[in-house]
Every structure is written in C-alpha cells, then in structure tokens.
Design a protein around this ligand. Structure first.
Ligand SMILES: NC(=O)C1=CN([C@@H]2O[C@H](COP(=O)(O)OP(=O)(O)OC[C@H]3O[C@@H](n4cnc5c(N)ncnc54)[C@H](O)[C@@H]3O)[C@@H](O)[C@H]2O)C=CC1
Ligand SMILES: O=C([O-])CC(=O)C(=O)O
Length: 329
C-alpha cells in the first residue's frame, strides 16, 4: 500500500524559484522516490494565471508521485493540512538594493501567512522561509503563529553554504564533495560568516589546506557574502535555480539523519547557543535524526570567528527591532 502524501504549500509558486522548485518536489527529489506528495500552490491574484500554466506543465510531466495540486490565493485554503510550508512568495531585490531593504515591502506578507499557517496547517507542520530578508520574515511569521512550536521554523542559508563549499573546493582544486562541516553563521546578508576555520577539506582543516588566510578573509568571505548581488548583476534577476536547489537540500537535510560528525547550516530560533542573542532567527550548525534537530555543540571558535558571528547577529537584532516597530506603526 502506498504511503499517504506529504502535503507541501509553496507560496510564490508562479515565480522564478517556484518554477525551478515545484518539479523537483513533484519528481520525488525532496521526499524520496516512494513518497507521494500533494502540492498547495499559493499566489497573489495576478499570479494565478501564470500559475495555471505552471500547473499544466506539472500535469504534462505525469509525475507518478504527485497526487493533487491545489491552486489558490486564499491563505486558509492554501495552508489547509500542510505538513511543510515553503514560504518563497515575496518581492526579490533589484541591483543596488540590500536584502534588508525588502523588509518594508515583504515583512507584512509574513504576518498573514503566519496566522494562516497557525490556524490551518497540519499538527506536524514545518516551515522554511526563503523570501527575503528570510531570517526576519521567518521571525515575523513565527510570532504570528503562537500554537506552532518554535523548533518548526527555519530560514534558508543552505544556498550560502553551497556557495562557500564550491569556492573552497575550486581554490583547493578538489571535488566539492570533499568540503564538509561548513557552517554559515548569522544573517542571510553580506555580514554572514561562512566559517572556514571549522570547515574541512578531505577531513583536514580547510584553512590549513588552503594555506592562505589573506585569501580566505579578503576574497572568500566577500565573494560568498555578495554572491547574490553578483548573480543579479550578471543575470538581471536574482538566483532562482540554485535557490530552489538549496530549498531541496535544506528539506532533505532536515528530514534525513545527518552523517556522523557532520552538520548543515539552517537559520533557527536562537536560545543563546555560542553566545548568540536569544530570540532571533539566525544561522547555526544543525544536526538531526531526521525528525528532531539540535544545534551542534562544542565547535571551537577563535576570536576572528566570534567577532564575525557577533557582528552578523547584531545586524539581525537591529533588523528585528526595525521590523517589529514598522509592523506596529
Ligand atoms: N534565502 C535565500 O537564499 C534566497 C531568497 N530569495 C528570495 O526569494 C523570493 C522569491 O524570489 P523569486 O522567486 O526570484 O521572485 P519572483 O518575483 O520571480 O517570484 C515571486 C512570486 O511571489 C509571488 N508573491 C508575491 N507576494 C506574494 C504573496 N503575498 N503571497 C504569495 N505569493 C506572492 C509573486 O506573484 C511572484 O510570482 C525573493 O524575496 C528573493 O529575494 C531568492 C534567492 C535566494
Ligand atoms: O541576493 C538576493 O537578493 C537573492 C538571494 O537571497 C541570494 O541569491 O542569496
């Protein structure tokens, strides 16, 4: 007998990321080759017509695992019974903007979505926020969903982790699979800290294998931090296929046991781990048994790392203040 479907809501389903993401969910790449899925696709009114076209394409793929597709702009209908909510829908930045500039535009969206998830989702719902600025948007949604436990809320820095791994692999001249234990700490913004001191290449310290601290500090860090802007500059639009890929990677990482001794980067609600201020959604090293997750303990951070992490978290604390003041005003 086949398993009951996992019901997945995707907001902004007719957008760029949606177009790269839905087909991967429906094909089984997110939940596995024997796990049926149902899709609840949520768009604002003007997005419903293009969404129809995307759904025609989903139909035309004849995915054996796809049991149902709901198309709606009604949040209660869209989040009804969902086990996962992938919150992508929101405005992307243009050249010259920082992601935090989107707070005033996008923040409000996450109030209504938080409430609708609270009132309609399945009891086991887990939420991944992608729409920028994703950390603070996640916090806004969480604050408006009082019945959903805090450990169900995630925002995405896996794209930054993947970017950082590739940069290190290319510099070291090794396959990217050799790079492990790369935690991105802090905000999904240029202040993020991809921790090259803790990362490993072929099981050895990445910093020692690279052997060029000046490159790591002065080239690698800004390269990863500003990669999103670099892509906007080249493509004229923000990253979409790689973002969708990171959504798949994040959900897989949270639903399958983490390899022994390893971890992945996900933004979660801080509880003061590693001296991080409590009550912000910040990127931390996470491991899981596929169901329950925990922040990995005992990573030794040097002064440089501590300063970088503190600066990014100070930015998040300020972003939180500005966002919640704006929502009240
Ligand atoms: N966290 C991360 O690593 C990344 C985050 N992003 C962010 O993801 C978001 C989406 O990016 P794209 O798909 O490229 O944008 P897009 O503009 O191509 O698509 C966004 C879609 O969301 C829809 N939408 C807008 N407001 C909505 C609402 N209230 N409810 C439901 N749908 C709504 C729009 O109609 C549109 O179809 C942006 O905020 C972007 O900055 C992008 C890349 C990486
Ligand atoms: O940079 C942007 O605006 C889109 C994004 O979050 C990324 O590519 O990391």
């Amino acid at each position: 007998m086949s398993k009951p479907p996992i019901r997945v809501a995707v907001t902004g389903a007719a957008g760029q990321i949606g177009y790269a993401l839905l087909f991967r969910i429906a094909s089984g790449q997110m939940f596995g080759p024997d796990q049926p899925v149902a899709l609840n696709l949520i768009e604002i009114e003007p997005g419903l017509k293009p969404l129809q076209g995307v759904v025609m394409e989903l139909d035309d793929c004849a995915f054996p695992l796809l049991t149902e597709v709901v198309q709606t702009s009604d949040l209660a209908e869209g989040f009804k019974g969902v086990n996962w909510a992938l919150l992508v829908g929101s405005v992307p930045r243009k050249a010259g903007m920082e992601r935090a500039d989107l707070l005033g535009i996008n923040g409000k969206i996450f109030v209504g979505q938080g409430k609708a998830i609270n009132d309609n989702a399945a009891k086991d719902v887990r939420i991944l926020v992608v729409g920028n600025p994703c950390n603070t948007n996640c916090l806004i949604a969480k604050e408006h969903a009082p019945d959903i436990p805090a450990d169900r809320w995630f925002a995405m820095t896996r794209l930054d982790e993947n970017r950082a791994k590739t940069q290190l692999a290319q510099k070291a001249g090794v396959p990217v699979s050799e790079v492990t234990n790369l935690c991105v700490w802090g905000n999904h913004s240029p202040s993020m800290y991809p921790d090259f001191y803790t990362a490993k290449i072929g099981g050895k310290s990445a910093a020692e294998v690279i052997g060029d601290e000046a490159w790591l500090k002065e080239t690698f860090l800004p390269k990863v931090g500003k990669r999103g802007a670099e892509i906007i500059g080249a493509r004229g639009a923000s990253s979409a296929a790689s973002a969708a890929n990171a959504v798949v990677d994040t959900v897989v990482a949270l639903t399958t046991p983490t390899a022994p001794g390893s971890f992945t980067s996900v933004c979660v609600l801080s509880n003061g781990e590693y001296g991080v201020p409590e009550g912000i959604i910040t990127s931390l090293p996470i491991r899981t048994d596929g169901n329950k997750w925990e922040v990995v303990k005992g990573i030794q951070l040097n002064e440089f790392s501590k300063e970088k992490i503190a600066a990014s978290n100070a930015e998040l604390t300020e972003e939180k203040k500005v966002a919640f003041e704006a929502l009240q005003g």
